[in-house]
Design a binder for this molecule. Sequence first.
Ligand code: 5RP
Length: 229
Amino acid sequence: MDVRQMKIKAAEVALSYVEDGMRLGIGTGSTAEEFVRLLAEKVANGFKVQGVPTSERTARLCVELGVPLKSLDELPELDLTIDGADELDSRLSLIKGGGGALLREKIVAAASSRMIVIADETKVVETLGAFALPIEINPFGAVSTRIAIEKAATRLGLSGELSVRRWGDEIFMTDGGHQILDASFGRIPDAVALSEALFAIPGVVEHGLFIGLASLAVVAGPNGARVME
Ligand code: 5RP
């Protein structure tokens, strides 16, 4: 099985948790897109769901494939969210935001009774942090915010590069009109402390540490999928 097949396998298993009539948060990224493709096939066969997309990109794919969508304001409480991750550990703490959709992803996951993560085996780590942590910041005062993040990280014994995410020659802008700093801190031994320190900085809108949100992960490897709870 190559990585794409593993993503499809994880999406396939996750689909078995989706029940007819569910209000469903739909994640962003290549794994979530495999899930959307499989979901669309079921919808075409009469399965009923109402989806709330976590990004404009996911919304476009859902519309193209005929998955019915609502806004989160129309469906403020969801049964289940299915989304990918950039990293996950054994406690199901995650790093997300590689696709830049972390803010909407976290809002949607928090509005859901349950979040299931779908991932290939390469995403499972012992300690979060090999993947650079996306930090979404308001463009106003971006340099001051960046300095404040560096100082907060140093206080926690973390150091590393903070790079402004770019899209070609332009600074990448999220669906919410914010910028992203990708923080290569390396190993993050205390994700809760880092999360609190980042939220204490006014210019930080959101960060990619998802702690206590996922209740189950479907992880696919070359020999099939396993469930982590
Ligand atoms: C987007 C995300 C994605 O879920 C994460 O980047 C994983 O993406 P992929 O499935 O393409 O590896 O957090 O903001």
